[in-house]
Ligand binder design. Structure first.
Ligand code: URA
Length: 191
């Protein structure tokens, strides 16, 4: 099967997922999108209001900042793959619960397996914490680990994890913008 067929298959399960309560309050699940042979895969936390309305990742305010960051390293949306740890919007954008993460994470795990990126960049504490646990990396505060390169050497392929701040954090703390720009440069040098 092609990557597209494999992803369409998972998307079908996401669209029909009833594993947690989030499906009762969301409008549209947000599966993720982008270049299927991308060497970089960004993983956000969960859809917000705009994403829930459109069914597409990072289309709101944080998405605008994300596009600006991509642009700063000469990339466009169709050069990268973007998804979220959680596919359905948590009400009022609350943090996803442990059980929601447990239930939903099989989807991002499969997306990672199918896309097989060279670099995974989890955005923000919740996505970073999940990816670090998955790859058995020691999780520390984001201000100590952002922009660092964690090499995962499994026998199938080499993978780099580069954790970064969530672009939404820049909305609340303008000082983070230059830090995020610098971390995007690190990503660019590693893909
Ligand atoms: N924040 C996220 O983590 N993901 C989105 O898709 C939008 C905002």
């Amino acid at each position: 099967m092609s990557k597209k067929e494999d992803l369409d298959n998972i998307k079908y399960f996401v669209n029909n997922c009833r594993k947690c309560r989030l499906q009762t309050t969301r409008n549209n699940p947000v599966f993720g999108e982008g270049f299927l042979n991308a060497s970089i895969m960004f993983i956000g936390e969960a859809p917000g209001r705009n994403e829930d309305e459109s069914g597409r990742p990072f289309v709101g305010r944080a998405g605008k900042l994300f596009d600006e960051m991509l642009d700063s390293i000469g990339l466009k949306r169709n050069n990268v793959y973007i998804s979220n740890l959680i596919k359905c919007r948590p009400p009022k954008n609350r943090n996803p619960s442990k059980i929601e993460i447990t239930m939903c994470s099989e989807y991002i795990d499969k997306q990672i397996e199918i896309i097989r990126p060279v670099v995974i960049a989890p955005l923000g504490r919740i996505a970073i914490s999940y990816i670090f646990k998955k790859f058995e990396l020691p999780f520390e505060k984001i201000n100590r680990i952002h922009g660092k390169i964690y090499l995962i050497d499994n026998f199938l392929n080499k993978l780099k994890i580069i954790p970064i701040y969530h672009p939404a954090a820049v909305i609340y703390n303008k000082k983070l913008k230059n830090i995020l720009l610098a971390d995007f440069k690190v990503i660019k040098q590693n893909i």
